[in-house]
Write a protein that binds this ligand. Structure first.
Ligand code: NAD
Ligand code: UDP
Length: 342
């Protein structure tokens, strides 16, 4: 199958491209490189033995998207492209609305014009807002995001639901990711954000490697077993396989669906730090800091629907996640050192 991956050069998109290629599909990566490096395509080639097709472009360029969808004979779209930093979205809401909402609108128009009506969308557990109970199920209420980023995810889910109601030929599967971490086991691709990381794992990796001095643990007075925040971490390779598993479903069903992708259990910040120290053999010094605005105490999902609909479940452990994140960080640091020397 020929699958357009908007944002395909990014963290989750690149791992999904690997899994799709290995399953015999032909991913076409469409990305404006605003948060990805051009070298990702050749790294994917080193892993799979085949260079993925990469088209540099912006999802807000509807004419280009329509041309690509037609010329590349695309069967389905997986829509990863978007801005994703919660804190930045509070400071730059218009940029987030433009990139994520206008971008999605242009994409949907281009898909409609070219007759491609199969879409998998990168949604997020953030659509649930503060949970009334755990684990979170797809039937739980959404719509209470605490920031503009989260609101774009809610609005896009609703946009897709309206579209499916209006035109019964559409299929839109909203995958609600919990906390994707880890890296490809080769260490060639992973999560390498620009600047100081916002997310826990890239931050912990850099502390373990001495690039940052210590981890700020945001809050140790939550109502959780050790007082620190609890999240449902999922290995990015499991998540990537979740997309491959959702694809046949999207092709053979119409209508709107939201599906959780997570492991179905939570780990606290201190448990993640301990697992990372064990995997890396390095110390990760921590300092307790005040709670981060907008954070919730705990969330994890019920992943039963994904098992039922796609026959998918997460297999990899927190140890696998930390080991692979550490391998990626170590290789990235070694590459950077080699480049400085040459
Ligand atoms: P990422 O930033 O690594 O990947 C997003 C990619 O989209 C980047 O390569 C970027 O260059 C590209 N992009 C951004 N705006 C674009 C535009 N206008 N046109 C073309 N390309 C554009 O992020 P990721 O972690 O891989 O996340 C992928 C998707 O999953 C995002 O939509 C994100 O909101 C969602 N998501 C991520 C997480 C997470 O923790 N990583 C959790 C829930 C949901
Ligand atoms: N966290 C932390 N220090 C950091 C980054 C994150 O203590 O530098 C905590 C955060 O408060 C939350 C968990 O780690 O409890 C996961 O945060 P992340 O930003 O990775 O994901 P979120 O669940 O907020 O989307």
């Amino acid at each position: 199958m020929r699958v357009l991956l908007t944002g395909g050069m990014g963290f989750i998109g690149s791992h999904t491209a690997v899994v799709l290629q290995e399953a015999g599909h032909e991913p076409v990566l469409f990305d404006n490189l605003s948060n990805a490096d051009r070298s990702v395509a050749s790294r994917i080639e080193r892993i799979t033995g085949r260079a993925p097709q990469f088209i540099e472009g912006d999802i807000r360029d509807g004419a280009l998207l329509e041309k690509v969808l037609r010329e590349e004979a695309v069967d389905a779209v997986i829509h990863f492209a978007g801005l994703k930093a919660v804190g930045e979205s509070v400071v730059k809401p218009l940029e987030y609305f433009d990139n994520n909402l206008t971008g999605t609108l242009r994409l949907l128009e281009a898909m409609r014009a070219s007759g491609v009506k199969r879409l998998i969308f990168s949604s997020s557990s953030t659509v649930y807002g503060p949970p009334a109970h755990l684990p979170l199920q797809e039937t739980d209420p959404t719509g209470e995001a605490t920031n503009p980023y989260g609101r774009t995810k809610i609005m896009i889910e609703e946009m897709l639901a309206d579209l499916c109601r209006a035109d019964p030929e559409w299929s839109a599967v909203c995958l609600r990711y919990f906390n994707p971490i880890g890296a490809h086991p080769s260490g060639l691709i992973g999560d390498d954000p620009n600047g100081i990381p916002n997310n826990l794992l890239p931050y912990v990796s850099r502390v373990a490697n001495g690039r940052l001095p210590f981890l700020n643990v945001y809050g140790n007075d939550y109502d959780t077993p050790d007082g620190t925040g609890v999240r449902d971490y999922i290995h990015v390779m499991d998540l990537a396989r979740g997309h491959a598993a959702a694809l046949p479903y999207a092709m053979s069903h119409t209508g709107w669906r939201a599906v959780n992708l997570g492991c179905g259990r939570g780990y606290s910040v201190l448990e993640v730090v301990a697992a990372f120290e064990k995997a890396s053999g390095r110390r990760v010094p921590v300092k307790f800091a005040p709670r981060r605005t907008g954070d919730i105490a705990a969330n994890w999902c019920d992943p039963a629907l994904a098992r039922g609909l796609f026959g998918w479940e997460a297999k990899l452990t927190i140890e696998d996640m930390c080991r692979d994140a550490w391998r990626f960080e170590s290789m990235r640091a070694a590459e950077a050192a080699a480049q400085t020397q040459s």
